[in-house]
Write a protein that binds this ligand. Structure first.
Ligand SMILES: [Zn+2]
Length: 115
């Protein structure tokens, strides 16, 4: 199915195709601060409905992952990057998807802090 997502003010809006199987709750420095609940999908399953130039971007460490957020309201709906295989992926924060109830999802803890 198609999931619609956005930041709080709507400057960033997007759609993601697929079924949310499980989401990752990671305890690394950025995931814990942002409260991410992440659903990983191939990059081409996410389609932006608003201009890419409206995305603010934060990177750190190896800068392999581009953590995008809204410069107006500050919400962080997704990040883009490529895995070990080099395939482009998107990490979608399911908290920014419409009609998705986090407590109904299978939440898998990931110990990113120790990596
Ligand atoms: Zn916003």
């Amino acid at each position: 199915m198609t999931h619609k997502g956005s930041c709080h003010c709507g400057r960033i809006a997007f759609e993601v195709e697929g079924d949310i199987g499980q989401v990752i709750e990671c305890n690394c420095s950025i995931c814990s601060r942002r409260g991410y609940l992440l659903w990983f999908v191939p990059r081409d399953r996410l389609r932006l409905a608003t201009p890419e130039s409206d995305l603010a971007t934060y990177t750190f460490n190896t800068a392999r992952i581009r953590h995008h957020f809204c410069p107006s309201c500050g919400c962080a709906p997704f990040g883009f990057g490529s895995g070990q295989s080099g395939v482009a992926g998107a990490a979608v924060n399911v908290r920014c998807l419409e009609g998705v109830e986090p407590s109904s999802l299978k939440i898998v803890p990931f110990d990113g802090r120790s990596r």
